[in-house]
Design a binder for this molecule. Structure first.
Ligand code: ADP
Length: 496
């Protein structure tokens, strides 16, 4: 049963110290002096006014990053010294985990326990993982034809522009900043306008850990101004973007029209979660629930099309419905709460619109379907059965707590239907049969397959999409290649 949210919101156990832009290692106001409010999703009230970076501030930040890359001391440090800074940073994140988790939860609406026990520890792990790589990046010697000694140097690209969204503010900060610094780049990072706070706090700690001025610059602000200025900047050497597919197309276009900077994109998804007839139903129900409802349904790789074999379909629906009705919704700072509010009124209204469209299209509403609480952006955990492929709720990314359950008969059919989307981020497969698992794994056109599990996000596991879910991989050894240039060096073995 859900916890009532009509009571006064709990006061977050943290104060807000940093709201300015972080340029060249110092907190400064925006050139225009402007600020914008960041809002509490529990109430819609203002948490803090934050400096609003625009094109002029992006220029200042890029100049600082350029200078830090061209003149040092960052590029002159040994890889081991860079590694030590990243390790020290991870230690500081660990020490301040509860404050950062509180900022993350307050700004985003995600349960505090989820931020403190799952996501911030993952950020710490990612920084330790890439700290370990910093002094292990090297090229090859190449046995080319002819009398030449050939080697490759793996060099940093230069100034990296990074744009992140609001759903996992600090986790995606880690996925981007970690590998870029490990390879020796400098950075201008633009946070999402909904969630600027945790990155500012964390970046202050990174400087405390010994980062030289200008190596990481953080600009809060909006997409069409600050984000677009960064994407089209002539002096930014590489762009990494996580966000919606529509915005991904815009930033790729801006990069192409300016200096052809290489772009990695991690975009939307409509990931299938396939429950075969021989699956452990109880486990599949529980994981399909987490796969969809985790983080209020706001994950790019959420299992948002639950395909269930007809032989277990009725049992699955009953259990999925019962699980959703038990989901604990409430103030994210309350102990035991599984689901907080959606990020903002825009997303809230969009999700309610999708629920309405599901009902109108004839899907069966098994649970939820309405907003929850009179204030804030809470939505009831919602389950639809009898969903068909042509319904909007089966085709479009809802990004909210709405599970769509579809029935299937055989493997060929579910492969065809699972792949019949422009997206290709992830898939879940539930079966005890190795042949079935192998067949599905090979056939699904996605970047990650989870078999009898879901949302396993180790720092070493590459993550990314195919088709309109984007390109490039983050995390793991693959994540390094986004931030390195390969230089071939050829020397005659003997002077002619
Ligand atoms: P959402 O619609 O979920 O907010 P977006 O893809 O629009 O997702 O946002 C992800 C990030 O992209 C945010 O940091 C946002 O400010 C930024 N952004 C939005 N529009 C643009 C744009 N035109 N150019 C560059 N960045 C943008």
């Amino acid at each position: 049963t859900a916890v009532a949210t009509e009571e006064e919101p709990i006061t977050p156990p943290v104060q807000i110290d940093y709201t300015q832009l972080l340029i060249n290692g110092r907190f400064v106001d925006a050139a225009s002096g402007k600020t914008f409010p960041t809002l509490d999703p529990r109430t819609g009230d203002v948490i803090a006014h934050v400096a609003e970076g625009e094109a002029e501030d992006i220029n200042r930040a890029v100049s600082a990053a350029r200078k830090a890359f061209d003149e040092g001391p960052w590029p002159k440090m040994t890889p081991y010294e860079r590694s030590c800074i990243l390790f020290r940073f991870a230690d500081l994140l660990e020490k301040h985990c509860s404050e950062i988790a509180a900022l993350e939860s307050w700004d985003n609406g995600k349960p505090y326990e989820q931020a403190a026990n799952v996501e911030i520890p993952m950020v710490i792990r990612v920084f330790r993982y890439y700290a370990g790589w910093a002094d292990k990046i090297h090229g090859l010697t190449v046995p080319a034809d002819g009398l030449h000694h050939v080697q490759t140097l793996h060099e940093p690209i230069g100034v990296a522009g990074q744009i992140i969204p609001w759903n996992f503010p600090l986790l995606l900060y880690g996925w981007k900043v970690g590998p870029a610094l490990a390879c020796g780049n400098t950075i201008v990072l633009k946070t999402a306008e909904q969630t600027p706070l945790s990155a500012l706090y964390a970046s202050k700690l990174l400087y405390e850990a010994g980062l030289p001025p200008g190596v990481l610059n953080v600009v809060s602000g909006f997409g069409p101004t600050a984000g677009a200025a960064l994407s089209s900047h002539m002096d930014v050497d590489k762009l990494a973007f996580t966000g919606s597919t529509g915005t991904g197309k815009i930033v790729l276009g801006l990069a192409a029209k300016s200096n052809l900077k290489p772009v990695t994109l991690e975009l939307g998804g409509k990931s299938p979660f396939i429950v075969c007839e021989d699956a452990d139903v109880d486990k599949a129900v529980e994981l399909s629930h987490t796969a969809l409802f985790y983080n209020q349904g706001q994950s790019c790789c959420s299992g948002s099309r639950t395909f269930v074999h007809e032989s277990i379909y009725d049992e699955f629906i009953e259990k999925a419905k019962a699980r959703a009705l038990k989901r604990v919704v409430g103030d994210p700072f309350k102990k035991g709460v599984e689901q907080g509010p959606q990020i903002d009124s825009q997303q809230f209204n969009k999700i309610l619109g999708y629920i309405k469209s599901g009902i109108e299209a004839g899907a069966t509403l098994e649970a939820g379907g309405e907003k929850f609480s009179s204030k804030g952006y809470y939505i009831q955990p919602t389950v639809f059965s009898n969903v068909h492929d042509n319904m909007l709720i089966a085709k479009e990314e809802i990004f909210g707590p709405v599970q769509s359950i579809l029935k299937f008969k055989d493997l060929d059919e579910v492969i065809r239907r699972a792949n019949a989307t422009h997206y290709g981020l992830a898939a879940g497969i539930f079966t005890q049969n190795l042949d079935t698992a192998n067949t599905l794994t090979r056939a699904l056109r996605v970047g990650t397959v989870w078999i009898n599990c879901f949302f396993v996000f180790d720092a070493a596991i590459p993550f990314g999409g195919r088709k309109m879910s984007g390109h490039g991989r983050e995390k793991g050894i693959y994540g390094l290649s986004n931030y390195m240039q390969v230089k071939a060096v050829v020397t005659p073995l003997k002077n002619p």
